[in-house]
Design a protein. Structure first.
Length: 140
């Protein structure tokens, strides 16, 4: 079970995420019509990375390793959403959770936070997109 300070951080992250979802609706059709009723979830392998509404995590593809230098985590999600919407969503939400953008090249995104790098690839596949998330120590 989480200690009180960690629970408080998680609740703060959740509140920021819900507010970001409510504000994000200005980019075309709203992702969340009512922030109070938003079903907010995070990736199971990356509890500090939100799962965009419309994406479904493939938990069987998740991998978690702890190393002396930090954690190495991979996760995959897919859904019937546009590549641009995925990129816009994470560009709006991740900075509010402390992730700083490092680049955005050809569908690949990278964010850094507290000695870690979150690399994300978004690929168009038949019927939607596949998003791959990978967290590793920033020195790797």
């Amino acid at each position: 079970m989480y200690s009180l300070p960690i629970m408080r951080i998680r609740l703060n992250q959740l509140a920021v995420f819900v507010v970001a979802l409510a504000l994000f609706g200005g980019l075309g059709e709203p992702l969340v019509r009512d922030a109070a009723s938003a079903d907010v979830s995070f990736l199971s392998a990356l509890e500090d990375v939100p799962l965009m509404p419309g994406l479904t995590e493939d938990k069987a593809q998740g991998v978690v390793f702890d190393t002396p230098d930090g954690r190495i985590v991979e996760s995959v999600a897919n859904g019937k959403v546009a590549v641009d919407r995925v990129k816009q969503f994470y560009a709006a939400v991740l900075p509010q959770l402390g992730w700083q953008s490092l680049n955005d090249l050809a569908g690949d995104m990278a964010y850094g936070r507290e000695g870690e790098v979150l690399a994300m690839t978004v690929r168009l596949v038949q019927g939607g997109v596949v998003v791959r998330y990978a967290v590793s120590p920033s020195g790797q």
